[in-house]
Design a protein around this ligand. Structure first.
Ligand code: GP9
Ligand code: MN
Length: 407
């Protein structure tokens, strides 16, 4: 029966953050473009390579002109890119083990592509990889994605211009824009980039826009080159949307999907950042990923210090479009809301608040990174995170949304 769902619904109702009335529905009917920016972390924001060039000049510029949340974290687990997509569309976490896109692609969801159909939105996903990677074709069909432009929609062209993951992102965006122009409006379109994917090797020297890092990790050393190329592609995409007139009618969102540099490279990362070693606190802070929203007509950027995460994108976007989320089941809340809970919970149970950071059973002072003197202050954070993650998993494993009324 639905009694297990009741518990979750009671919680998510309490967790609900009412929208800022000034923002609610302000962009009703506008197009929504979301870019999943592969393996991008915050540490490269405004960072220069050894030749003095920025690694991500285009993302830096977008951030300058947009709403930007520097304290924004990924919530992904083993489902990586697909977990981030899942959070975007459902305001839910992936699973503690495995990828929800594989294990629970047939569940009942109340995902963004479906919800905005009521407002006549058309939804599409663009991704130049095999459609069954991460079981996307199944999940997308289930959650109401109207059109999936997968690898088969692209001319894969010159093999010399491909990474081992496929089409380079500049070519991906170049070929995507004409397809985007054909979509019925308004649309919700997601673009999943791929160039900055592990192991971050570029096909040839002409694709190396900045020098490598110089640490003892080949992976970390390659990273700025793949990222710089992906950033170059993002810049081209934005230019194209400005040139074809779509930019001013579009809510444009960019998020980093998950970390690019794993803890296997902690020593090299410490070296790069000029630290002796990385503490669990440092590792948690490194899970911050880029997140920016450019609103139609916006000419001035704004930095929001509130702490957020992937699960917050969904209600944030819906409120901009004037959709009431108060009866929806999801663990995020609106980043523009004055009631935003100002907190990030990672899939591994790490919690970041303004005062404390709880990770790896350690309680830190969030500002200094020192072990907190009032360690007990983390106990309620830890307990709430565990409760939320357990409810999340129960919701998915027991397919509880099939009991939800009024959808
Ligand atoms: C594959 C791409 C990369 O289609 O989304 O997946 P990842 O390995 O980053 O999860
Ligand atoms: Mn990814």
């Amino acid at each position: 029966d639905g009694s297990e769902l009741d518990e979750v619904e009671n919680f998510t109702r309490q967790n609900y953050a009412a929208p800022d009335p000034e923002m609610f529905g302000k962009y009703k009917g506008k197009n929504v473009v979301v870019v999943s920016f592969e393996s991008a972390q915050n540490f490269t924001h405004n960072m220069k390579a050894s030749n003095g060039e920025y690694i991500t000049p285009n993302l830096n510029k977008l951030i300058e002109e947009s709403h930007y949340w520097p304290n924004y974290y990924h919530t992904t687990g083993q489902g990586k890119t697909s977990d981030a997509e899942f959070a975007l569309d459902n305001s839910l976490y992936g699973l503690s083990r495995g990828g929800v896109y594989f294990t629970n692609a047939d569940n009942e969801y109340n995902a963004l592509p479906e919800v905005i159909k009521d407002d006549n939105y058309y939804s599409a996903v663009f991704h130049a990889n095999n459609k069954s990677f991460w079981n996307r074709d199944q999940m997308y069909q289930n959650i109401g994605v109207d059109k999936f432009f997968d690898e088969a929609s692209y001319d894969l062209g010159n093999p010399e211009d491909m990474t081992e993951w496929g089409l380079l992102d500049d070519e991906f965006f170049r070929q995507s824009v004409p397809m985007l122009e054909e979509l019925p409006e308004p649309f919700y379109a997601k673009f999943i980039t791929l160039t900055n994917h592990f192991p971050y090797t570029m096909p040839s020297e002409k694709h190396e826009l900045v020098p490598k890092f110089e640490t003892n990790s080949t992976t970390l050393n390659n990273f700025p080159q793949a990222l710089a190329y992906q950033d170059y592609a993002l810049g081209l995409f934005i230019d194209d949307l400005k040139a074809n007139g779509m930019w001013d009618d579009t809510i444009f969102v960019v998020y980093g999907d998950h970390y690019g540099i794993s803890t296997n490279h902690n020593a090299a990362m410490a070296d790069l950042l000029g630290k002796d070693e990385l503490t669990p606190y440092d590792v948690a802070k490194l899970q911050a990923v880029p997140f920016a929203i450019h609103l139609p007509g916006q000419d001035k950027g704004e930095v929001h210090e509130t702490i957020g995460s992937h699960v917050d994108m969904n209600p944030t976007i819906q409120h901009l479009l004037g959709i009431d989320t108060s009866e929806q089941v999801g663990f995020g809340n609106d980043l523009f809301s004055k009631e935003h809970y100002d907190r990030a919970i990672f899939r591994d149970g790490t919690v970041v608040t303004q005062d404390h950071l709880f990770t790896q059973s350690m309680c830190y002072d969030a500002k200094t990174g020192e072990v907190a003197e009032d360690g007990a202050a983390c106990t309620p954070l830890e307990e709430e995170a565990n409760k939320i993650l357990e409810m999340n998993d129960q919701l998915i494993y027991s397919d509880l949304l099939r009991f939800k009324q009024d959808q």
